[in-house]
Design a binder for this molecule. Structure first.
Ligand SMILES: Nc1nc2c(ncn2[C@@H]2O[C@H](COP(=O)(O)OP(=O)(O)OP(=O)(O)O)[C@@H](O)[C@H]2O)c(=O)[nH]1
Length: 402
């Protein structure tokens, strides 16, 4: 139910299992001891077994953080425990069923929790079959059914609100694609995975060219529609395993998984062409500049993004409607490895709108040479300001690199 919300390093759902198992253990142990000393050995044993199972659930949740199966297991244990108590002690202990039924809605999603509760009520009916007076049956079964029903409605409402909230914080309201916040989260996740599996991932930073002109000449609504169409078109061009985000304003990012610098360069160039030739956008003469960088072993979120941003800057400087790739390479061990990955990239240099920008000693010199070096990656969109009398001629510095 709380799947998406994180609190510290553990999700609320994980915390709930930990607190739930811990508190249930603390609650059950005195009961077990009391029953032991009052001679109720069977119930004392059931309480103790339940308490030990709570210790098991707690330690598993603490270590593995995979609480999906633990939740199901907890529900099963709760229900079996209550059914055993009701079997041994009779209908007067049925009130223990209510907290157990309520707990299922915290531990499972609403529909599985409802199913679990229906099964529980069915088993309770079998257990009490022929043992209840009509008056008892008329109060026990409807009350169990109502707890199950209201729990379900509450849980559905919480899930609905949770999903709505999740959408609000993670999506861009104009284009419907994921927003900057989701991008930050995904980049962190990709970097964590990359450090472990070393699967290549590239970042394509896309910036619409002279977008201000569209707003100024055709109005803000037309500008909005261009952004919507642009997001839709790029989304249709990338693989379903890739991700697209609106980074801010007229700037978008694609994260291409399992994609080397060369593959991503080709992808970026095909997006550039696709946008230029698309029926929806060509009437506004929309073009896009793209900067591409591939994640490197030494990267953090900022340095990876910074390379794509520099490549985009080069792309804008070179007259817009182009793709630039930030190629890493220096004499350090890390970059030597990186260089050997790019042996096949040379043919791309021949393409007119497609040039490779080798940034030497990427990690340190990027931050040293970049005029926006003090801007924090997380602090807001970095903006580059270029002369608006497009097309800007490729800068001598940029061409000199090649
Ligand atoms: N319609 C609309 N315009 C937006 C939105 N967000 C940002 N903008 C506009 O996007 C424009 C961006 O302008 P600039 O940063 O000068 O960039 P540009 O005109 O694309 O020029 P270059 O990037 O240098 O090619 C600004 O006029 C913003 O007002 C939006 O959600 N809708």
């Amino acid at each position: 139910m709380f799947k998406s919300f994180k609190c510290g390093s553990r999700s609320l759902e994980e915390q709930f299992v930990l607190y739930g198992a811990g508190l249930t253990f603390i609650f059950l142990v005195p009961f077990s001891i009391y029953r032991f000393f009052t001679g109720d050995l069977t119930l004392a044993a059931i309480d103790m077994v339940m308490a030990l199972l709570m210790v098991l659930i707690f330690t598993q949740a603490w270590q593995s953080k995979k609480i999906k199966y633990l939740n199901r297991f907890s529900v099963l244990m709760f229900m079996l425990g209550i059914l055993s108590v009701m079997y041994l002690k009779g209908a007067e202990t049925v009130f223990w069923a209510f907290p157990a039924m309520g707990a299922t809605y915290f531990l499972l999603k609403s529909v599985p929790a409802l199913i679990a509760n229906i099964i529980f009520i069915g088993l309770t009916t079998l257990l009490f079959h022929g043992k209840l007076t009509n008056a008892e049956a008329m109060s026990i079964y409807p009350s169990l059914a109502l707890v199950g029903l209201f729990g379900f409605i509450l849980s559905m409402r919480a899930e609905y609100n949770n999903n709505k909230l999740q959408k609000l914080v993670s999506e861009d309201t104009l284009t419907g694609i994921k927003n900057r916040r989701s991008f930050d989260e995904k980049v962190d996740e990709i970097i964590r995975n990359y450090r472990r599996y070393r699967t290549p991932v590239s970042m394509l930073l896309l910036d619409l060219d002279q977008f201000k002109k569209i707003n100024d000449t055709k109005g803000h609504n037309a500008g909005d529609q261009v952004l919507v169409d642009f997001a839709k078109l790029v989304k249709s061009k990338i693989r379903t395993t890739d991700f697209i985000y609106r980074f801010g304003g007229e700037e978008f990012v694609v994260l291409a998984k399992n994609s080397s610098l060369e593959d991503s360069g080709n992808l970026a160039d095909s997006i550039r062409k696709f946008i230029k030739e698309s029926a929806e956008l060509s009437k506004h003469q929309v073009t896009v500049s793209v900067g591409v960088s591939e994640i490197m072993p030494f990267d953090d979120a900022e340095s990876w993004f910074r390379r794509a941003d520099l490549a985009l800057y080069e792309s804008k400087s070179a007259g817009r409607d182009t793709v630039r790739i930030a190629e890493t390479g220096d004499d350090t061990k890390v970059s030597f490895k990186a260089l050997s990955n790019y042996q096949n990239i040379k043919p791309l240099r021949k393409k007119a709108n497609y040039l490779i920008c080798p940034y030497k000693n990427t990690h340190s010199s990027l931050l040293k040479d970049n005029p926006r070096k003090n801007k924090s990656f997380k602090a807001g969109a970095v903006k580059r300001k270029l002369p608006t009398n497009s097309p800007v001629k490729p800068s001598a510095k940029s061409l000199a690199r090649h």
